[in-house]
Each structure stands twice: as structure tokens, then as C-alpha cells.
Write a protein that binds this ligand. Sequence first.
Ligand SMILES: [Zn+2]
Length: 302
Amino acid sequence: MSNLIDDLSNQTPEFILEVCEEINARDASGSRGSFKGLLKNAPFGSTSVVNCLSQQLIAQLQVIMPGGFISYDDLNVDLSDAAFPYVQASAKQGLAKAIQARGVKMLVNSSYRTIAQQMLLYNDRFNNPNPVAPPGRSNHQTGLAIDIEDPRGWEPFLVQHGWSPLPGDPPHFDYLGGGTTDIRSTSILAFQQLWNINNPKDKIDEDGGFGPQTEGALNDSPAHGFAKAPWDNKPRVLKLTQPRMEGSDVARLQESLKKAGITVSVDAEFGPGTDKAVKEFQQKKSLTADGVVGPKTLEHFA
Ligand SMILES: [Zn+2]
């Protein structure tokens, strides 16, 4: 907390109070949702403050490369606070085989880092003892990287399935097994597209490069996500995940649950309360009560 106050020393007392209230409220419930302001004003310390913008960037990346960049949260893994469990499809195959071969749960501290998360780290680079890559340049933007617990225990299993340890960075492994592409500029392109959809009068070049124009736009982006999200056109499956799903689609789901007579708070974040409400709704409709909201469950809302 003291670090946060130092970082905010140039801000007005009202602004600092607002930020602290936001963070305290989230901490009490055991999670941290997105910061309600622009990325450039977001507090440092946790990349989860850009959670919703990050989810929009991942969804837009998936629009560009359908089936090529996928979640591995269905594998036997445990994820830390702000780690997005996404890798390229062939890297997931290798990961699945390694986890199955060892037969224990893998603890993942970091994996795909969105360019919004990287921007936060980059904005704070002068306070970081280690070098921080600009957005699009980190090896955590390749969709081929994981940082894990017990790296030495995992090494023989991972190496056998295409994952290589990074010398000098013990928790880090990269997938070098082939069948992959360099998606780092695609990550930037996804942002540029999302920005242009939402700012038709202030468009930026869609060139996949991270120049001053894109850096300015990214800093001026809402940490809690743009008004027009990729899932407005292409619905995503909603469920309880780590990090929690946030967005307009979650808010709409919560509104629909309320209309169906089920108690739930409309906060646009899919937490345990929403999970419970969805299962209650599914039970009422004689559906499989798994808390997963796909097309089948959606069609039961009047
Ligand atoms: Zn790493």
C-alpha cells in the first residue's frame, strides 16, 4: 500500500482516496477488478487493474486468429491472481502432455501477458530493478511462455514435450516445439483494431507496430474496457475463471438472472455469486447445473 501512495504523490487527494477505496473494496471480497479510469492513471502494483481491457484484447486476438490462441484452464493447473492461461494451440498440446506425464497439478504464476498489462509495467519501468520490455516485445506476449513453481521438478517433463527452460530465469519456459507463429505484432494489431472500432473519429494505423501513436492511445484506453467489446459480435462462453471474467456481457447476464427472479448483484464481474446464480437458473430450467453459460443456457432466457 505504501508503494501505491508514493506512485500517486502527484495526484489530488480526492483521486487517491477514490483509488484506495476501489482497491480496498476489491481486497475485502478477495479479488481485484479493473480500475475505473484510463490506463495511464491506473495504480501500479498489480496488473489485474487492467483485467477487463486485457480480456477484450485477448478476445480481439482470438477474432484475428480463430483456434490459434486458446485457453488451457481446462488442464490440471492452478493460476495466480493475474495470469491469463492462454497459449498457442500447439504449445497447449505440449503442455497437456507434460502435465499428464507427471500426473500432478502445475502452479502457474504468469503466462500470457496482454499489452495492457505490459504497458502498466513499462510505465513503471524506472522503479523496476530489472529491464522492462515495451508492449509487444516481452517474451510473455508470444503465447509460448509460462512461469511456474517447481521448475526443476517439471523440467524433464516439459523438455520432452517441446518446452525449454530459459537460462538465467529459472521459473520461465518457452515452447519451441514448432507449429507456432510470432503473434507479438498481432497483439498490437488487436489493440489497434479495438481502438479504431471505439474511436472512429480518432483512428490510428493498424500496422502491428508499437510507435508513439499506439503508445498514446493505449495509455488513453479505459482500464475497465471499451464500450464496444469483441464479444458484442462474437459471444464468449461465460464461467467462473481466474482471473475473473469482466465485461458488458457479464453485466447483461446478471441483469437477465435478476429478471428471472434470481438474486445476484450486477457488477459486470463473474465471481462466485454469479456462478451460484447461474447454477440456480440452470437447475430451475432442468439444464446441467455446471455454471457455464454457453448458447444452450442463453436460449433459456426469455
Ligand atoms: Zn517469464
